[in-house]
Write a new protein. Structure first.
Length: 646
C-alpha cells in the first residue's frame, strides 16, 4: 500500500524541507549498507490483494468506506477508488508450508471482505479490469476521501498541464481523454513481495526483470477496458497512461514515465535504483518529517526513511525495490506489481509460486542474468507478454527466440519446480505449478477465457449485457474456488438480458454515423440510405452534439423546395437540422426515455455525456426490445391455445 500520510497543498518551503529529508534518507541508507545493518540470510514473502466491489448488477459499487467500517479487519484498507479494496497479508518466512499458509490467509481475507460487502448489497470480484466499468464511473465523486489521492490528483494534473490522453490499440482501438487520476482505479492487481539481502538485491532484481515476462504471459487477466478488446494485460498500458505527469515538452524529449519497466540492469546495489528515481522524477507528495534519519542512526536507532519511502511509492516500476522495518530489523524486498487480480485465488498463488521459483532457480541455472541477456530483450519480452500473453514470442537467454508457452512448459516450469523444491513443501509447489502448467497447456488464461466467452455470445444481447454475464460467471467461478483452466465459457442468460435493459446505456448504439453542420445534406441522405437508418446526429469537431437530421427533415426539404434544391445553391446540414435536439444521459432509465419520446413525439434520442455524443437510441430500438422481451416471456410462460373443434 502506498504511504498515506501526506501534506495537502504543499508550498515551496515544504517541498524544500522534504527534499532535504529525502537526501538525508539516501545518506542514511548508504550508512546502513556500509555497516551491514540490513537483514540478510532470511527470505520472506508477502502479498497485497486488490479487489473490485460490485453491486447486484455487476457494476462498480462505491461502498469501500462503509465496508471497511463493518469489516473491522486490520488487513483490509482502501485504495484510490471507492469501488476498490486492498488487503495486506502477513509477511511469512519463505519455506515449508508458506505458500499454502498464504493461500489460506488470502481466502480468509477475501471472505471477510465479501461478508462485509454482502451487508451493503455488494460483492467482491477479482479481476485486473472490471468489464462492466464505464468512463462515467471514473469521476472524482468515486475518489476515496484520503489526502494522498486528492493531492496526487491535484499535483499530477497540474504537472500534466492538461487532460490525460489514453490510446491503446488491440483487437479494438480505445482513445480516451480524461480530466482526473481515476483511470488508475480501473486497475487491480495481486502484488507479491520477496525479501532479499542487501548484497543480493541487485542480481535478484535483475532476475525479477527477466522473469516478469513469462510469469505475466501465463497470468494475463485484463483484456477489456471500457467495452474495448485491447491487450491481453491491458493494465500495463492503462496504468502507465493514468499517472503520466509528463508535459508535452517532456514527452517530446522522451522523458521516462513514472510507470515503467526501467532503463537498465542494476550493477551493484539498491542505491543505483533510488538515485535514478530521485534524479529523474520530481517529488509529487510531501509530508512533515519529524525525525531526521541521520539523527536516528546517531542514536543507534534504525531510520524509518519516511521521505524515501513516500517518494518511492509515487514511482511505479513494475518491479520495485522497497525498504522496510519488520520485527526490529531493516530489510529490503522486491515488489512485483505486474500481476493482475484473479481470475481465482488458486491461479494467483500459482503465479506467485512460479515467480518465486524462478527467482531462486534462474541464478543457479544462468549465473548473472545481465551477462546472459540484454536489457532491451527483457523489456521487449515484458511488453510482448502484456500485449499477446501466451501467444508472445520471447528473445530468451542465449539469444534464442521461442514462443512463450513453449518456454514456460519445456524450460521454466521445471526450473521453478526445482527452485521451490529446495525451499518449500514439495506438495505445495507441485500443486500450484501443476495448476499453472494445465492453464498454459490448455491456453486458458483469464484473458483468453474472457475473450472466448464474449466471442461465444456472438451478437446475442447488447455489449453491456455480455459484459454483465462475463462478470457474473467470473464471480460464480471464484466462489466455487476452481482455477480458470476448469471454467466453462460464460453464457448470456435470459436473466442477464432482462436486467440489462434498465438504463439507456445498457443497449444504446455506440457505433455512430454522424455529419458536420457544413456538410452537404446529400451526405446525410446517403448515410441514411447506406446504413438503413432514419436519423443522423450532427456534431462539431470536438464531438459535441449540436443537431439532428431525420428522414422526415429530408422529406420536408423535398416537399418545400422540390427539384430546386437539386439544381440551385447547395443545401448544407445546418439549414435543415433540428438544433439542440432533445437528448438524454447514459444513466437515464429506459421507462423515462420512452415517456420522453412519447411526450415530445420524437423517434430518436441522442445520448450525451458532458455535452459530447456517446450513443443513440431510436423508437425502432424500443420496438425490437419489446419484441424480444415478449418472445422471452412466451418461452417462459407459453400461452395456451384453444383446442380446435372436433
Amino acid at each position: 500500500m502506498g504511504e498515506q500520510d501526506v501534506s495537502a497543498e504543499q508550498n515551496a518551503a515544504e517541498a524544500q524541507l522534504f527534499l532535504r529529508a529525502l537526501l538525508s534518507d539516501m545518506r542514511a541508507l548508504e550508512m546502513l549498507l556500509d555497516a551491514d545493518l540490513i537483514e540478510s540470510g532470511v527470505r520472506r514473502i508477502g502479498a497485497e490483494q486488490e479487489m473490485f466491489l460490485i453491486d447486484r448488477e455487476m457494476r462498480p459499487a462505491p461502498v469501500a468506506v462503509e465496508l471497511l467500517a463493518r469489516a473491522n479487519d486490520p488487513r483490509l484498507t482502501h485504495e484510490i477508488g471507492l469501488f476498490n479494496l486492498e488487503a495486506n497479508l502477513v509477511p511469512r518466512a519463505f519455506g515449508d508450508r508458506c505458500l499454502s499458509a498464504m493461500e489460506t490467509e488470502l481466502r480468509e481475507v477475501v471472505a471477510a471482505a465479501r461478508a462485509a460487502a454482502s451487508e451493503l448489497g455488494a460483492d467482491v470480484v477479482l479481476c485486473g479490469i472490471l468489464p462492466t466499468l464505464r468512463l462515467s464511473d471514473l469521476t472524482l465523486l468515486n475518489l476515496t476521501p484520503n489526502p494522498r489521492y486528492a493531492e496526487l490528483d491535484r499535483v499530477l494534473m497540474a504537472r500534466r498541464g492538461g487532460r490525460f490522453q489514453l490510446l491503446i490499440k488491440g483487437l479494438d482501438e480505445l482513445r480516451v481523454s480524461h480530466d482526473n487520476l481515476m483511470l488508475e482505479a480501473a486497475c487491480t492487481s495481486f502484488q507479491v513481495h520477496f525479501q532479499v539481502g542487501a548484497r543480493e538485491l541487485a542480481p535478484l532484481y535483475n532476475v525479477a526483470q527477466a522473469a516478469i515476462a513469462p510469469v505475466l504471459a501465463a497470468a494475463t487477466n485484463s483484456p477489456l477496458l471500457l467495452g474495448s478488446r485491447l491487450w491481453q494485460e491491458t493494465r500495463i498500458a492503462l496504468f502507465q497512461h493514468s499517472v503520466d505527469d509528463r508535459s508535452s515538452t517532456q514527452q517530446q524529449r522522451g522523458s521516462p514515465t513514472r510507470v515503467s519497466f526501467g532503463d537498465g540492469w542494476l550493477k551493484e546495489s539498491i542505491l543505483e535504483y533510488f538515485r535514478e528515481e530521485i534524479a529523474r522524477f520530481r517529488v509529487v507528495l510531501t509530508r512533515r518529517i519529524e525525525d531526521d534519519s541521520l539523527a536516528a542512526l546517531a542514536r543507534g536507532e534504525l531510520p524509518q526513511l519516511a521521505a524515501l519511502r513516500l517518494h518511492n511509492s509515487t514511482v511505479w516500476r513494475w518491479n520495485r525495490p522497497c525498504y522496510g522495518i519488520h520485527e526490529g530489523r531493516a530489510h529490503l524486498r522486491i515488489e512485483m506489481r505486474a500481476l493482475p487480480a484473479g481470475p481465482s485465488i488458486a491461479d494467483q498463488m500459482a503465479n506467485a509460486a512460479f515467480f518465486f521459483g524462478l527467482l531462486v532457480a534462474l541464478p543457479q541455472e544462468y549465473g548473472p542474468i545481465s551477462q546472459a541477456m540484454s536489457f532491451d530483450a527483457a523489456r521487449e519480452n515484458f511488453l510482448a507478454a502484456a500485449r499477446q500473453g501466451l501467444r508472445a514470442q520471447f528473445d530468451w537467454l542465449g539469444g534464442k527466440s521461442i514462443p512463450a508457452a513453449n518456454l514456460i512448459l519445456e524450460h521454466l516450469l521445471p526450473l521453478a519446480r526445482a527452485g521451490l523444491a529446495s525451499t518449500v513443501a514439495v506438495e505445495d509447489a507441485d500443486r500450484l505449478l501443476d495448476l499453472l502448467a494445465e492453464r498454459v497447456q490448455r491456453t486458458k488464461t483469464g484473458s483468453l477465457w474472457a475473450l472466448r466467452s464474449i466471442a461465444g455470445m456472438a451478437d446475442r444481447g447488447t455489449r453491456e449485457q455480455r459484459h454483465r454475464a462475463l462478470v457474473a460467471a467470473m464471480l460464480a467461478e471464484q466462489k466455487g474456488e476452481r482455477p480458470v483452466a476448469e471454467w466453462p465459457l460464460a453464457e448470456l442468460s435470459t436473466e442477464d438480458r432482462r436486467a440489462g435493459y434498465q438504463r439507456i446505456e445498457h443497449y444504446m448504439a455506440t457505433d455512430l454515423f454522424t455529419v458536420r453542420p457544413d456538410d452537404l445534406i446529400d451526405l446525410a441522405a446517403s448515410v441514411m440510405t447506406w446504413r438503413h437508418i432514419r436519423h443522423v446526429p450532427v456534431e462539431d469537431d470536438e464531438g459535441r452534439l449540436i443537431g439532428l437530421v431525420s428522414h422526415r427533415d429530408l422529406l420536408r426539404l423535398l416537399a418545400t423546395r422540390g427539384f430546386a434544391a437539386r439544381i440551385g445553391a447547395p443545401v448544407v446540414v445546418r439549414e435543415i437540422m433540428k438544433a439542440e435536439p432533445v437528448s438524454v444521459a447514459p444513466e437515464t432509465p429506459t421507462l423515462e426515455a420512452i415517456r420522453l419520446m412519447r411526450e415530445k413525439k420524437i423517434g430518436c434520442l441522442p445520448v450525451v455525456r458532458d455535452g459530447r455524443l456517446v450513443g443513440i437510441v431510436t423508437a425502432q430500438d424500443f420496438l425490437a426490445l419489446s419484441a424480444e422481451l415478449f418472445e422471452e416471456h412466451l418461452r417462459d410462460k407459453p400461452i395456451a391455445l384453444a383446442a380446435e373443434p372436433e
